[in-house]
Design a protein around this ligand. Structure first.
Ligand SMILES: Cc1cc2nc3c(=O)[nH]c(=O)nc-3n(C[C@H](O)[C@H](O)[C@H](O)COP(=O)(O)O)c2cc1C
Length: 399
């Protein structure tokens, strides 16, 4: 790994290491954030086994590359070979990696928070899925998105999606959906794995609380009792069930994507209910601990829906840290991956530029992986039979 040192200060200061990969950003962010905020971002529920396994499961899958294939089309700096079409080709992203919805970006970057993230999304031509629990109002993020495209990145194909938690107060939930649509968000990502908050013991130990001036801004409206400051007490609707999808459908014309599917039967049910996509997700190991890792869950899900008439987009998140992870997810049939913590690490280290760097690193790694596997196009990743699954091995190493 490249190490850059300032000679005159060598004995006084730590050598400055170049940040080459997502883990480098993680370690750098860890040094910058307070213990309470770092733990809030990084940890999972109970014994954090799912959190660990999400990453380990990617590592268990091995690649068997195809060789002697002309992959010179990747050489162009802005290689089009990684571009990915989503939702019936209504959207294009520069490579199959989307910013996952994560709460409270101003904890990582107090000044700009979500505005820094959205600028990076525009610069990298990808989608930012904005969390209901954002620390910046959704209309402000949408305005910044428009402004950035207009002023700085007219070629950008970036779009915004809105992540929805369904609250017990359905009228309030409805107002959130309608507001998101009015603001120009292009898909509704309904989180379905959170009928109650997972047991995150680190947050309890740390007595997690929001610093002065930072709150879940979108949970405030004039008709709503103000639970933005308490954040964790926001009353999720534990009665949410399949029949409610009809209700959501009746309120919005946006494509609906269900986030938090692990069971193949649920994937089939989602197709039957006519949604446009699902995210295979266990909430980054923050909800049900010992839940199956997402990349292990993906093959059965793809099998379950392969015979269905209505085709949907299947996305996956949890533990994606390398370009090879993205390639493995695509090889198993995912349309794109979402990344949660890597974005937060980039944001904490260097705001908009940090998020951009993290996305650029993953894009570069993905391109290299494609070339080394003999893939000219995204379709080749699926066709080339590149994976050796080894689900029985039980490698446990500290992350
Ligand atoms: C700090 C943090 C906050 C999150 N907040 C939300 C949220 O508000 N809504 C949601 O649907 N998922 C949320 N998630 C889950 C992410 O969308 C995503 O599923 C997960 O982070 C993916 O795993 P990864 O962090 O390993 O990439 C959050 C995850 C983290 C780490």
């Amino acid at each position: 790994m490249q190490v850059v040192e300032k000679k005159s200060e060598m004995s006084l200061t730590q050598p400055i290491r170049a940040l080459l990969n997502v883990e480098d950003y993680h370690q750098q962010a860890k040094g910058k954030l307070s213990q309470m905020i770092y733990d809030f971002y990084s940890t999972g529920s109970d014994d954090q086994l799912t959190l660990i396994d999400n990453q380990q499961a990617f590592r268990r899958i091995k690649l068997r590359p195809k060789i002697l294939i002309d992959v010179s089309s990747h050489s162009a700096i802005n290689s089009i070979s990684c571009q990915t079409q989503l939702l019936n080709s209504t959207m294009t992203i520069s490579f199959p990696c989307i910013i996952a919805p994560t709460a409270l970006h101003r904890l990582a970057n107090g000044e700009h928070g979500e505005l820094a993230t959205v600028r990076a999304a525009v610069a990298c031509s990808t989608i930012m899925c904005v969390s209901t629990m954002g620390s910046t109002r959704m209309e402000r993020i949408a305005e910044e998105h428009r402004e950035q495209i207009k002023t700085n990145y007219p070629q950008s194909t970036s779009q915004l999606w809105y992540q929805l938690y369904v609250f017990t107060n359905r009228q309030y939930t409805q107002r959130l959906i309608e507001h998101a649509e009015r603001c120009g968000y292009k898909a509704l990502v309904v989180t379905v794995d959170s009928c109650i908050l997972g047991n995150r013991e680190c947050d309890v130990h740390n007595q997690f609380s929001l610093p002065e001036g930072i709150q879940a801004e979108n949970l405030i409206d004039d008709k709503n009792s103000d639970f933005a400051k308490t954040y964790r007490q926001a009353p999720m609707d534990a009665s949410l069930s399949w029949k409610d999808l009809k209700w959501i459908r009746s309120i919005t014309s946006l494509p609906i994507i269900l986030k938090g599917i692990i069971h193949p039967d649920d994937a089939r049910e989602a197709v039957k209910h006519g949604v446009q996509g699902i995210v295979v997700s266990n909430h980054g190991g923050r909800q049900l601990d010992t839940c199956q890792s997402t990349i292990d869950a993906l093959p059965d899900i793809m099998d379950a829906i392969s015979g269905e008439h209505h085709q949907i987009d299947v996305y996956i998140d949890g533990g994606v840290r390398r370009g090879t992870d993205i390639l493995k997810a695509m090889a198993l049939g995912a349309k794109a991956v979402l990344i949660g913590r890597p974005v937060l690490w980039g944001l904490a280290v260097d705001g908009m530029q940090g998020v951009r760097n993290v996305l650029d690193i993953l894009k570069k790694e993905f391109r290299v992986a494609m070339m080394l596997c003999g893939c000219q196009t995204i379709d080749d990743i699926r066709k080339n039979n590149l994976l050796v699954m080894n689900n029985n091995s039980n490698i446990r190493s500290k992350l």
